[in-house]
Design a protein. Structure first.
Length: 142
């Protein structure tokens, strides 16, 4: 293994791969109590169960943050971390969307549970809301 570190490009690739997703300015954050209610609703609509206390919540300052698909307002990480842009941290759909990824333990948006079952995409959420909703400024990332 030490031979790999003698080649700078290989060493850089190994180090970057070990870093994972970590947008600039992200900090651990204690979720508000309403998140437990939203977790229960997401378990109910999906038929899936999980451990809310296992999730590490990360807040990223601002309305969005860079991600592999451009700008994101939320991101689920397989290491049981959920990243949220601070401006969207109290938007039920954004938060529950990422919760659903944690419950599924995977990325992607299969229907069900997304859309059919849990209306937790921009398109399906807007159809279920009677009040005018904010337009999405950025794309959600798995």
């Amino acid at each position: 293994m030490l031979d790999h570190f003698r080649h700078p490009l290989v060493a850089l690739a190994i180090l970057l791969g070990a870093c994972g997703f970590d947008p600039a300015g992200s900090q651990a954050w204690e979720p508000p109590a309403v998140y437990r209610e939203w977790w229960d609703k997401t378990e109910a609509c999906s038929g899936l169960g999980g451990d809310f206390d296992r999730v590490e919540w990360m807040i990223v300052p601002g309305e969005s943050f860079p991600c592999s698909s451009g700008k994101c307002v939320g991101h689920w990480d397989p290491g049981h971390r959920i990243f949220l842009a601070s401006d969207w941290s109290m938007h039920e759909m954004v938060v529950r969307h990422e919760m659903l990824h944690e419950l599924m333990r995977r990325s992607g948006h299969p229907s069900p549970p997304f859309g059919n079952g849990c209306p937790l995409t921009w398109e399906t959420w807007l159809r279920t809301q009677s009040a005018p909703a904010l337009s999405p400024p950025a794309r959600l990332l798995d």
